[in-house]
Ligand binder design. Structure first.
Ligand code: PEP
Length: 257
């Protein structure tokens, strides 16, 4: 394993999914307070709460130098007759700086395909949000030896033309590793992240070479340091372990000073 790409500022983003009532804000505020004045290790930190908590959390962290707020999904349109949906513009207006698109749970639960994910990433760009574009293979695809094919296809289909390192973050999340406690070997992570970097650099040149590639899937305090040290791993997308401030802060600290 080699060091992470030196010029790329890492991002650790917490995805709370459909978890968190108002009382959970205390966990986010503990993160905010621990990061007051910014992280001491040059890491960007974000929490993506459920939509019900986003605006209040954004207000509570507005003056925080260390904690950003993101959405978990957005519609492709800016507004209109789409009951239950939220637009990228609404997330921006509520105080978000980013939005996750194409999470495997949305691909599975809502049948989202690459083209829709790409259009959501374009909506994020239109609204001035960074799109965190999720890709990753299922257990069956991995067993069939299709991991790199799947990841390359999803990258091509889900990331819009003209993507830049400022408006796009890639999150590689093997579906079978999400919420299971399972993780790929460090060699496998290095191989997939290397292939993603190559594809991004080929398609987007310098922007692709400096685009952040997060690893996601059962990142915990006790495995974060080794995962983050893998080449081309520029941070983490963290689900379950982001719900408790102590665990999330220990993952952030995995980057060292
Ligand atoms: C996720 O949902 O993006 C995720 C990585 O979940 P977990 O960390 O719980 O595996």
């Amino acid at each position: 394993m080699t060091d992470q790409s030196p010029a790329i500022r890492p991002l650790v983003a917490g995805n709370w999914k459909m978890n968190g009532l108002k009382a959970a804000l205390d966990e986010a505020l503990a993160v905010r307070d621990a990061l007051a004045g910014g992280t001491d290790n040059g890491t960007d930190v974000m929490i993506c709460p459920p939509a019900s908590l986003l605006m209040v959390l954004a207000e509570l962290t507005r003056d925080s130098a260390g904690l950003q707020i993101g959405g978990q999904d957005c519609h492709t349109a800016a507004s209109g007759a789409h009951t239950g949906d939220v637009s990228a513009e609404m997330l921006k207006d509520a105080g978000a700086s980013a939005v996750i698109v194409g999470h495997s749970e949305r691909r599975a639960d809502h049948g989202e395909l690459d083209r829709l994910v790409r259009d959501k990433a374009l909506a994020a760009r239109r609204a001035g949000l960074t799109a965190i574009v999720c890709i990753g293979e299922t257990a069956g695809q991995r067993a069939a030896g299709l991991t790199l094919d799947v990841v390359r296809r999803q990258l091509l289909g889900s990331v819009p033309d003209g993507a830049t390192a400022a408006d796009t973050v890639i999150a590689y999340e093997p579906v079978w590793a999400i919420g299971t406690g399972l993780t790929p070997t460090l060699e496998d992570v290095a191989s997939v992240h290397g292939a993603i970097r190559e594809a991004l650099a080929t398609r987007f040149g310098g922007e692709g070479a400096s685009m952040r590639i997060l690893y996601g899937g059962s990142v915990k305090p006790d495995n974060a340091r080794e995962l983050m040290a893998v080449a081309n791993v520029d941070g983490a997308l963290v689900g379950g372990a982001s719900l408790k401030a102590d665990d999330f802060l220990r993952i952030i600290q995995a980057y060292g000073a």
